[in-house]
Design a protein around this ligand. Structure first.
Ligand code: HEC
Length: 144
């Protein structure tokens, strides 16, 4: 029996995903989800737009250095109200942090998990820009 080209390529893809493991597939879909859901505002390179959308690049990892910052990255409307699943939100946040802001991450950075996203995502922020301003004040006090 001869396999059709499509069947062969499906089998090939399954084998490839099997051999590279879930993390390679997760990071591929996180990048794609960023492109589809986030980069319209945050831009492909994470630099944002002056005044309107804050830069993620070389910045966003700092939030993990002050109390409340970790939850804020989950609860900010762009993240919490996206159509992504909790697992996909965790993956896209980890991808953003590693790709755009590795240098600012604390040394003991633990990647986000689906469980952590589920815990905070559904407690909406009363006022994102106020919470953000408070976190930036805390960062300033720590000279970060
Ligand atoms: C409609 C534009 C828009 C989209 C789409 C968007 N964001 Fe945002 N994002 C913002 C704005 C504006 C802020 C600043 C906080 C606020 O006012 O909501 C922000 C803040 C953030 C922050 C915190 C960084 C900081 O400096 O405050 C993170 C993390 C973030 N967004 C992640 C995401 C992710 C992940 C997605 C895609 C799933 C996304 N955003 C989609 C506009 C957007």
């Amino acid at each position: 029996m001869q396999l059709s080209a499509t069947t062969a390529s499906v089998i090939g893809t399954v084998l490839l995903l099997g051999s590279t493991g879930a993390s390679a597939a997760d990071s591929y879909s996180a990048r794609t989800n960023y492109m589809l859901m986030c980069q319209g505002c945050h831009l492909a390179d994470g630099t944002g737009t002056a005044e309107k959308v804050p830069a993620l690049k070389n910045k966003v990892g700092r939030f993990l250095r002050v109390a409340g910052g970790r939850e804020y990255l989950i609860q900010v409307p762009g993240t919490s109200q996206s159509p992504l699943t909790d697992k996909e939100v965790a993956a896209v946040l980890n991808w953003i942090l590693e790709s755009f802001s590795r240098a600012e991450l604390p040394a003991d950075f633990n990647p986000y998990t689906r469980e952590e996203v589920a815990r905070y995502r559904y407690e909406p922020l009363a006022n994102a820009s106020e919470v953000r301003a408070g976190l930036l004040r805390k960062l300033q006090q720590k000279d970060l």
